[in-house]
Ligand binder design. Structure first.
Ligand code: THU
Length: 139
């Protein structure tokens, strides 16, 4: 995997912005687009999809993770989500957990404050290792 160049971050922001334009958000009028680099070099995207039952709303990250798995899986290497102004935004708490599952602590996340590792974006995260720990204790 090549290093994360400024050009790669620009590409991810562009792809996230394109996805944002496809968002379905008639209730909040807050379109979000997400894009990520996968460890096999693929770029995947997602946009938010709202629902008349507001709580059923799918964040852009949900679509992105679906794109990841449906496209063959892999590990997330770099991620960004953007608002209508094509500016990076912070992923919501639930989506941090979604991203952690597929990128772990090393996933690079572009935030309004700059690039951060997922380990800083979701410190002390619950993950698959915690499930394994319980299995070991109960064996
Ligand atoms: N939203 C996302 O798609 N991702 C986030 O991480 C933050 C929030 C969406 C959900 C909803 O459709 C809209 O933004 C306003 O909350």
């Amino acid at each position: 995997m090549s290093e994360l160049t400024e050009h790669m971050w620009d590409t991810l922001r562009e792809q996230a912005t394109e996805a944002m334009r496809r968002a379905y958000c008639p209730y909040s009028h807050y379109p979000v687009g997400a894009a990520a680099l996968v460890d096999d070099g693929r770029i995947i995207t997602g946009c938010n999809v709202e629902n008349a039952a507001y709580g059923v709303t799918l964040c852009a990250e949900c679509g992105l993770v679906s794109d990841l798995i449906n496209g063959g899986g892999g590990r997330l290497v770099a991620f960004v989500c953007v608002n209508q102004q094509a500016q990076p935004i912070v992923p919501c708490g639930r989506c941090r957990q979604l991203l952690y599952e597929h990128g772990g602590g090393d996933l690079r996340v572009l935030l309004p404050s700059g690039i951060q590792p997922m380990a800083a974006v979701l410190p002390d995260a619950f993950g698959v290792e915690d499930l394994d720990e319980i299995k070991e204790i109960s064996q």
